[in-house]
Design a protein around this ligand. Sequence first.
Ligand code: TXA
Ligand code: MG
Length: 354
Amino acid sequence: MEIIKGTKVITVIEAADLAQLQEAGAIIRRGGLVAFPTETVYGLGGNALDREVATKIYAAKGRPSDNPLIVHVARPEEVEALVTRVPAVAEKLIERFWPGPLTLVFAAAEQVPRRTTGGLDTVAVRLPAHPVALALIEVGGCPLAGPSANLSGCPSPTTAQHVIADLAGRVDMIIDSGRTGVGVESTVLDVTVSPPQILRPGGLTLEQLQQVIPAVTVDPTVVQDTPPEGGRVRSPGMKYKHYAPKAEVVVVEGRPTAIVTKICSLYDDYVSQGKRVAIMATTETARLYGQRQTSIVGAREDLATVAANLFDLLRWFDAQGTEVILAEGVDMVGLGLAVMNRLRKAAGYRIVKA
Ligand code: TXA
Ligand code: MG
C-alpha cells in the first residue's frame, strides 16, 4: 500500500488478492469513499443508502448535487429493495446483459435517499462486470453509489493514475486494478417509459439492446450535433463542457478522406497562429497526416479500441501541453454512438463538417 496526499492506494489485480479488500469494505461500512474499478471506467464508491455519503461524493467530485448517482449492486436480487417495481422488460434485460455496461432507471423505493438520486423519484442501478467491484460491494455490505471517479467536467478515468490525479487527497482509498476494458461509461436506459429510452449511449450498444427491445428509442439530445439547449456554441461554454481536457477540442465529421483533408488545413492554420496542435487519428488514416503531430486512438473497423483509448488519450494530450486537439469523427454505429457523444461534449459542440 502507498499513501498519496493522505489517500491510501492499494493494488488488487487477481481474484486471489480479494482479501486485501477487507480494509476497503471497512471504509465503506463507516461511511467513507473508495474509488474502484469497473469494466467501463473507475467509480467513486460509497454507501448508496446513506445521504451523508452522497453529499461527500458530490463534494469530492466537485459535482452539482442535482446530477444523480448510479447505484451499483452485486446480485440481481438486490434491485428489488431499491425500486418500487421491476417491469417485465427490465427482467429480460437483466437476464441478458447483467453483469455488464447497462444501467437501468427505475422508480425509486423510499429507502433510497433523494440525495443519491439527485432529488429524483427514479434511481439508476447497474451490476458491473468486474470481480473487484463485485467483491467490494459484497465486503462493504451495501449497494454502492458510484459516479465516475473524475473531477466533475474532466474525462472519466480508465486507469488508477487518472483517479489519483483527480481525487488523491479527496477520498479515503483508491483501488488500482489496471486499465478498465470498455473505456466509455455504461449505457443508461430508462425503463420507466414504454418503450424504454436510452438516456446516455455507452458500452452496451443500441444494436445489442434492439435484439431484446426492437422498439427501444434514443433521447434526441444524444444524437444532436448542437448543445442540448440549441444554438451552436462557438467558444465552448463551460456550461456544456463534459469529459473535457484542458485543450480545446475540435471534432471533424464526415467521410474519412474528407476529414483528413479538413484536419490538415485546420492544423496548418493553427500552427501558423503559433498554437500547439495535435491530431487524434485512427489506424486507417494516421499515415495520411505526414509530419503533423498525430496520435492513434484506435481503429475505425474496431470501434471498441477507440472507446477503450479515448479518455486516456485526451488526458495524455493535456500532459503534453497540447492546446488544440483536432479529433476525427467516427460513424455513429455500435460503440461509435457513445464515442461521438463523448467527443462532441468534450469539444463543447465545436464541430466542423468536412
Ligand atoms: O459506467 C458507468 O456508468 C460508471 C461506472 C463507475 O459505473 N458510472 C458513471 O456514473 O458513469 P456517472 O455518475 O458519472 O454518470 C451517471 C449518469 C449521469 O449521466 C446521470 O445523469 C445518469 O447516469 N443518471 C443517474 N441516475 C439517473 C436517473 N435516476 N435518471 C436519469 N439519469 C440518471
Ligand atoms: Mg461521469
